[in-house]
Design a protein around this ligand. Sequence first.
Ligand code: OOG
Ligand code: NI
Length: 470
Amino acid sequence: MVDADDLRTEFASAMSAMYKQEVPLYGDLIKIVREINTATIKPTSDTVALRASAERLTLERHGAIRLGTPYELQTMRRIFRVLGMQPVGYYDLSVAGLPMHATCFRPQTTSSLDRNPFRVFTTLLRPELLASDAARAQAMSLLRQRRIFTDTLLELLDIAEAQDHRLTKEQAEVFIPEALRSFSWQSVAAATYEQYQVLKNEHPILADIACFQSAHINHLTPRTLNIAEVQATMKAAGMAVKSRIEGPPLRRCPILLRQTSFLALEETVNFKTSSNPSQSQWVRATHKARFGEIEERGAAVTPKGRQLYDRLLEESMAQATGADPEQVDAIMAAVFEQYPDDWTALRQQGLIYCEYRCTGPEGMGALPQDGSRTYSLEQLIAEGHIEASPITYEDFLPFSAAGIFQSNLQSQAVNNHRVLCQEGKSDREGFENALQERPMDVDEWYQRAQTQSLERVCVALGLRPGQLVE
Ligand code: OOG
Ligand code: NI
């Protein structure tokens, strides 16, 4: 049986090769990121903890797909499961006026993340939020009819599930191209040109979700160690780069996630003129969906750290109404001065998650063993027995995601004033029903990683649980 981590690496690299062919600009972006990452790998004490291994960094990508129905979501869940990726987190995009919600499929263990942290941000349409009945009916009718998975793929999923979600080498060789098809660009649309126009007029994202024969991957994002420099290099290379970087402003101690993108490209699509085969002709038109993105990852924050981030982001946005991109950046930088920017302060104030480690073999038995006393974590860190390093944020940010969505939609000449989405509220339960699984809670995941690291420290230092206190 093929190891899921190996299969994921093979699948992600096949997808990267496919996307490079489909969107050549992505290949240029990868080159820029690689050059800058190589030049940046001179660890400074502040950032060393967040540097992934060079090997992980070269492989690291996230992508995104937009699905139309619970069936499509469930089948994607089955595909990702074979690749060792499971749903983590719930993202409500209706906060930004998009009738969609999402999860991220990614590996859930630290060792699998280290092997290859491939993630796919996966959104599902919420038709009930569409303002137009006619557009909803049209979209649903198209989605009911389309088939984005091949029969061979569905058979292999059944086989994998009977083998504990694994495949033999021969089965994997068929699985990869068959699964890749569902993510590929199909230049023949599932919708007629007229149907496409109706949906696109309502909102381009709706046309993108419902009119095609695949769940085409809409971007594939490499991770950079210096997003500002990559962005400047992209601009210098003549790419149409989004006006500002989403996420927290530039800091000494990076937190969460900073992202920016180059705008969607115009691609040729062939549409039928009629759904009646005997009357149909072909019409050649274009569609914009696929773009490029880069990201820089920082420390995962605790719920307290996230609250502070959300509050400062909201405060910045309230001050930034009508401001141009540079002014927005300046406002963000000023408002975020309230966010501590020192690893020790961030940790001591409970704003970030950390992984704790003994400083070396001399940590073993280094303490005066006294079974009756407790030891303070801070004290042991101060004395150099334990070191703390921030845990990398492996997930996404809903407002940044919405910003990435929006920046690509604005580049399209459409009626942006139409009300697409009714006043949204999140529907986690509806998403879980559609997925037929409850995504892992994001905070639980980091909390567990932190707790487990403390348990290992206790074992190494010969302490009983409970002897080490925060
Ligand atoms: C997904 C956009 C969200 C991110 O990195 O936040 C995303 C989409 O456009 O389908 O990928
Ligand atoms: Ni993205």
